[in-house]
Design a protein around this ligand. Structure first.
Ligand code: ATP
Ligand code: MG
Length: 521
């Protein structure tokens, strides 16, 4: 019994020793020796093979810009570029979630699948691969295997320069462009600076930008619309042009006109046309010029930076400055306000020059192409420095609804291109100032049984009312004008009488003096 136990223990020890030695050999072979064999094998193969292989790893290591590992931009762009081909050619595919994309998933080829690409007559092959490395360096019975994915590009060595110089650039640019066109666009708004310091609080908050307005549904003169669309397109394609002339790749538009004429709608149409994000900058929450610059630094390229109602946002206009100065002077002379003065200056410190630096200075050129849009209802109130030529590249007036604009709205809301009532509406629009917003409101059917004709009649009614009101207003203004002129005339006459009376008195006195003098004499 005793012998049997010793024998059995010896047997177990022998087995353990064999397993131990086997593991050492396995580690050794899977590590150094295997790597050496592969390395020499590859070198040998490259001597005879006419092909070149380039590896694009999924993750890249530490660099000055970031700590840890980061998913390679090139890998992501290649994945997107190959996605279309993969879904057509590969048999084994994987569906991956893409952040901020309008597509629910992106299909890409699974490991060891390959596709061929042809560019400018040259054939190239792409294979999705995965390699395993042992991350645990010390000896272990359970070495940790690390998976590393990469794309391998294979091509004939005669195309080396072409691939390095042109093809890879093409793939990455195209991949990025597809990502941009698939991405969900964002509408940003700036957070008040008090919350910037909070954990993970960002300077800008965003929501998905989903405004449906396009230039097709924007009611305005077609010639003007075309001019704006062409200007936007030339700008978005103008990278090389701006570089050539040494101008920052940015453009400024000032949209002005009465409320409800489509200024905000135009900004949405611009963003949709160019597929840009929107940064809606609320200037009143920005404390000073430094904060303004920080906000600008955090904006990305392909974006429209909007400041709405610029005349109200800040004390930027000459006129308002004067008004404020007058108010301040009055305040300074008031003994009660004099006492509280100096407690707290609630004025915003964002100045006109700060804003001009924001749109014009060195900082405005960072991060790619940008469009600045200012809107105002009162263009005449703005400081000339803000609207001088060159600062704003285009001045766009959004005005009252004309016949052409009405036709766009009728198409949008009622789906009609013509109607016998159009002629009456055309005449009335010439005689009345009505905004596109008011027209749109009348054309929107309020219930199911309201047809196009009912809506057009409602509009005619509104136009006639507006015309009558305008007539009455004009008559009232004319009456007031006449009254004021009459009053002024009467006052002048009274003044003349007074002056004449005084003169007569003076004359009388003078005659008296002469008479007296004469008498004395
Ligand atoms: N030119 C237009 N074309 C199409 N729709 C318009 C136009 N102008 C106004 N509208 C409609 O009227 C509404 C108000 O328009 P919008 O907000 O663009 O005017 P706004 O000029 O920005 O006004 P505000 O000066 O008050 O900001 C929108 O719902 C829009 O659909
Ligand atoms: Mg608006």
């Amino acid at each position: 019994m005793m012998m049997a136990e010793i024998w059995s223990l010896g047997g177990s020890l022998q087995i353990a020793t064999i397993v131990f030695l086997w593991k050492i050999l396995e580690n050794y072979f899977s590590g150094h020796l295997r790597r050496s064999i592969i390395s020499y094998g590859t070198k040998l193969a490259s001597l005879v093979s006419p092909y070149i292989y380039i590896k694009f790893p999924e993750f890249v290591g530490d660099s000055e810009e970031y700590v840890g590992v980061k998913r390679s931009d090139a890998y992501a762009a290649i994945e997107t570029y190959l996605s279309g081909k993969s879904s057509r050619e590969a048999k084994y595919l994987k569906a991956i979630d893409v952040k901020d994309s309008s597509q629910p998933v992106q299909l890409s080829m699974d490991e060891n699948e390959g596709v061929t690409d042809e560019f400018e007559g040259i054939k190239l092959s792409w294979v999705a691969k995965k390699e395993y490395t042992i991350t645990q360096q010390s000896f272990s019975f359970n070495p940790q295997m690390d998976e590393k994915r990469y794309y391998e590009l294979t091509f004939h060595k005669s195309h080396r320069d072409f691939v390095n110089g042109t093809y890879i650039n093409h793939v990455i640019q195209k991949g990025k462009a597809i990502t941009v066109s698939n991405r969900q666009r964002k509408l940003y708004t700036n957070n008040p600076s008090q919350s910037w310091e909070r954990y993970r609080a960002r300077k800008w908050s965003h929501a998905t930008f989903e405004h449906p307005k396009t230039f097709d549904t924007l009611a305005m003169e077609s010639k003007k619309k075309l001019e704006i669309v062409n200007d936007l397109e030339n700008f978005s394609k103008g990278k090389d042009y701006h570089k050539k002339i040494g101008k920052a790749w940015k453009r400024g538009y000032l949209l002005y006109g009465p409320p409800g004429t489509g200024k905000s709608s135009m900004i949405a149409a611009m963003a949709n046309h160019l597929e840009y994000d929107i940064y809606d900058l609320e200037l009143t929450t920005v404390k000073n010029n430094t904060e303004l610059r920080k906000l600008l630094i955090e904006t990305t390229g392909k974006s429209i930076i909007v400041i709405e109602d610029i005349d109200c946002s800040l004390d930027l206009t000459g006129q308002r400055k004067k008004e404020k100065k007058k108010a301040k002077d009055e305040e300074a002379n008031n003994p009660i306000t004099k006492m509280t003065k100096g407690e707290e200056d609630s004025d915003s410190k964002v100045t006109l020059s700060g804003l001009l630096n924001f749109t014009d200075g060195l900082w405005s050129a960072i991060g790619g192409e940008k469009i600045f849009v200012f809107t105002t209802n009162y263009v005449e109130r703005l400081d000339p420095a803000l609207i001088r030529r060159g600062r704003m590249d285009m001045y766009i007036e959004l005005s009252y609804c004309g016949f052409e604009a009405f036709k766009v709205l009728a198409k949008n809301y009622l789906d009609i291109d013509s109607h016998p009532l159009f002629a009456t509406i055309g005449h009335l629009l010439e005689e009345t100032n009505i905004t596109p917003a008011e027209v749109a409101e009348k054309l929107m059917p309020k219930c199911m049984n309201e047809d196009a004709e009912t809506c057009l009649k409602k509009l005619i009614e509104a136009l006639e009312t507006a015309k009558d009101e305008a007539k009455m207003k004009a008559e009232e203004e004319a009456r007031l004008k006449v009254e004021t002129e009459e009053k002024e005339k009467q006052e002048d006459a009274l003044e003349d009488v007074k002056v004449d009376g005084s003169l007569a008195k003076v004359k009388e006195n003078c005659v008296g003096v002469v008479k007296d003098n004469g008498a004395t004499a």
